[in-house]
Design a binder for this molecule. Sequence first.
Ligand code: CP
Length: 331
Amino acid sequence: MRHFLNTADWSRPELQAMIDDARTMKASPMGDALRGKTVALLFLNNSLRTRTSFDVGAQQLGGHAVVLSPSGGMWPLEFEDGAVMDGEAEEHVKEAAKVLSRYCDMIGIRAFPKFVDWQEDRKDKILNAFAKYADVPVVNMETITHPCQEMAHIMALQERLGSLDGKKFVLTWTYHPKPLNTAVANSALMIAAKFGMKPTLLCPTKDYILDERYIDQASKDAAENGHALTISHNIDEAYDGADVVYAKSWGALPYFGNWEPEKPIRDQYKHFIVDEEKMAKTNNALVSHCLPMRRNVKMTDAVFESENCIAYDEAENRLHVQKAIMKAIVR
Ligand code: CP
């Protein structure tokens, strides 16, 4: 049994095989690989794309999805081993994982960080608890990384560019009124490096540099492909000659749990928006965002509506790659 928790756990050829299968299913969507199978999708946070694409994908393969969320009537869960459960939680994750495994053939988990203590959040306790106790494969539907988004992004890039080897990939921090999860940023940097692109992380200051776990993984993968990860705070240098621009906002890790002083810092960098002037410095780059996205805050309408924007393709590809992932791991 193999879980799909992080693309770092899978080799590039294994991931490419899933993307190739996804491309086949994009041309011919219906199948029976999940006939008689049920997937449980546990959402502790909001979703439009992930929830819909997993549900539709399971149905297109002859399977069935059960969507669970605490706001939808599920028992509140305890995730700490050895906890004295005299608080809000009515059920331990061990029972939830074991019992769901008796009914279902896969468990998907969405559990964002709590944004209070990054050292706690980076343990990814909820995802790892399900992976530890479940007797069926577990899929990360976004926790502190977002591997399904990575797969959809690479598929969309390959559809437009073919080989990605040696392409300049820029992950740019963008402004957002709230501090957001670093999951998609961590993921974007790692998958770009793994698939042979030359990755650049553009962010306003050193406080916005991502966790060393993901910087190290991206650096290692880039080195294996003969490249180096560049970290830049210079917009002109980062955009210069870029082949791909990926926009994402995230909160600065040193301010987790104490966001008040981070807000005035973040407010100074509204000019990191992806706009036509910046895109003109690139090598006619493709541009994308995982969505949902605040228009004219993270990216201008003109850039988002341009031919170079592949955000809708990437969103569509969530359906196809997740079907391929489910086919690969559900037995
Ligand atoms: N990109 C993404 O995961 O979208 P949702 O949050 O709507 O699922």
